[in-house]
Design a protein around this ligand. Structure first.
Ligand code: MSP
Length: 485
């Protein structure tokens, strides 16, 4: 049995869940569900990045202890994810001293032992939105373009991680696809960045500038700086450096870390270098998506242009949102989310396309077939134990290569093919002139619809279930799957 380990970035828990979070997490959920169906032992991780400055600030504003605040926010994130139809296997919070800290501390110790940490005095421009130091050329009129915040000048002592040492090794790993970066354009972007030379990075800050965080081992004047602390979640959550490393042994290296383009640099340079320094295996791939924009700018709380995914779900249903995120937004470029675009796609492809097809076929089936069509379903598909034999290889190939948008196109081509088949073969007429042939045709349509429902399972789980149920009971839908809006 093979395994599949997929991760979202860990989210800053001070923001309300927004479309960007929903996007990354939904894409991961689709892949996790697909791999479960295929029978892979699957682990899907998400979590929160608690030790950021802004998190402590928001907690303080609300008069809460930071720890209580992040716990409460963690619960909120989890319950919101379940509203998105997301089924996580694990949720890690970096403030978790039992689960997360031992892994982060162990990595620090290994890197230090390898001679890759050095205390230096440092002066730089800091963006609290990104939680990172910025170069002057990254700023527009002194402001961070992603957050619209003026970068602050800071001088202090930091431990530096000798990232510069690892450029060549990382480059080789990326070039050879040992660490595969998807898509190719991002791979080239990061290779170009490495070619310009990687600079050493700050890995800790004085306690007084870090309101909370993991203490640096053997220097209690310093606290680990967010990226060293945060990136480690991918292995700490597996029990790395605890007395039960069985999940670490089973699931590491990750099959894919999913993330937005803004944090590629951290995942494609700092994280692999940390792992190399600590003598641990590299993740297999990084999937890098663009931003969901609104009015042409990244949706973000700091900018204040967020569309609430929950409001979309209330109006259109969770599967409609999942559909839009998976198919109507390009995973590799920025995509604008507007309600107009959403509604148009909903009516065209869900109300008309899929919904209409399913309803026509099941109406014909209920009226004309005296018993449910017997379906060959690979054993245990629902419980995730199938060999997945019934999926066409075109579909599995796309899914295995993380081509979610194309896999959806493939499903909708099939929907289109059935629509045309009904149009050209007119089963409702055939059933009158040649009942035997008519029934055969309807049976064939029902089986094809079932196949569509199976492929839809990772993308639109509730819809997939409803169609399968209708087929098994040979029942027409009482209400439309996707009412026109
Ligand atoms: N805490 C860090 C990640 C640490 S991972 C070890 C972080 N958190 S975040 O909450 O700001 O962002 C989390 C993810 O959401 C990132 O992948 C980011 O790219 C993504 N998105 C945030 N806003 C987004 C959009 N508007 N559109 C798409 N994704 C964006 O960064």
């Amino acid at each position: 049995m093979s395994k599949f380990y997929i991760t979202t970035p860990i989210y800053y828990p001070n923001a309300d869940l927004h479309m960007g979070h929903a996007y990354t997490t939904t894409l991961c959920d689709i892949l996790a569900r697909y791999h479960r169906i295929m029978g892979d032992e699957t682990r899907f991780l998400s979590g929160t990045d608690d030790h950021a400055f802004k998190v402590a600030q928001v907690a303080k504003k609300q008069g809460l202890d930071a720890k209580d605040y992040v716990k409460q926010q963690g619960e909120r994130f989890k319950s919101l994810f379940s509203k998105l139809g997301v089924e996580l296997d694990d949720f890690i919070q970096t403030s978790d001293e039992i689960r997360h800290w031992p892994g982060a501390i162990e990595i620090w110790k290994r890197i230090a032992k390898n001679g890759d940490l050095e205390k230096r005095s440092y002066k730089g421009l800091y963006c609290t939105g990104c939680e990172s130091f910025k170069k002057t050329e990254d700023l527009v009129s002194g402001k961070c373009p992603d957050h619209d915040l003026v970068a602050q000048e800071i001088e202090e002592e930091n431990y530096f991680f000798k990232l510069s040492k690892y450029g060549d090794k990382i480059k080789k790993a990326i070039e050879s696809d040992e660490l595969k970066i998807i898509p190719e354009t991002r791979k080239n972007e990061i290779l170009a960045l490495i070619d310009r030379g990687l600079e050493d990075v700050s890995f800790s800050r004085p306690n007084k500038s870090m309101p909370w965080g993991i203490p640096v081992p053997s220097d209690d004047s310093q606290t680990m700086y967010v990226w060293c602390d945060a990136l480690t979640n991918y292995i700490s959550s597996l029990g790395f450096a605890t007395n039960d490393e069985s999940n670490y042994k089973k699931f590491w290296p990750a099959d894919v870390h999913m993330m937005g383009k803004d944090i590629l640099r951290f995942h494609a340079a700092i994280w692999p270098a940390m792992l190399l320094s600590a003598n641990l295996p590299l993740p297999k791939s990084l999937f890098v998506h663009g931003f969901i924009t609104s009015g042409g700018r990244k949706m973000s709380k700091t900018i204040g242009n967020v569309i609430d995914p929950l409001i979309v779900i209330e109006e259109y249903g969770v599967d409609a949102l999942r559909y839009f995120l998976a198919r109507e937004i390009s995973p590799f470029e920025d995509g604008d989310f507007t309600i107009e675009r959403f509604k148009e796609a909903y009516n065209a492809n869900l109300a008309n396309g899929l919904g209409n097809l399913a309803s026509r076929i099941m109406k014909m089936a209920e009226v004309n077939l005296d018993r449910p069509v017997s379906i060959f379903e690979p054993q245990g598909e629902a419980s995730g134990k199938s060999g997945g034999l019934a999926f066409k290889s075109e579909f599995t190939e796309l899914m295995n290569n993380y081509e979610l948008q194309k896999a959806c196109d493939y499903i909708w081509q099939e929907i289109g093919r059935l629509d045309s088949l009904i149009q050209s073969s007119q089963p409702f007429k055939l059933i009158k002139s040649e009942p035997g042939k008519g029934r055969e045709l309807i049976q064939e349509l029902v089986i094809s619809l079932y196949t569509i429902a199976r492929m839809l399972n990772p993308f639109l789980p509730a819809t997939s279930r409803a169609i399968k149920e209708a087929v098994r009971e040979n029942k027409a839908f009482i209400e439309p799957l996707f009412p026109r809006k």
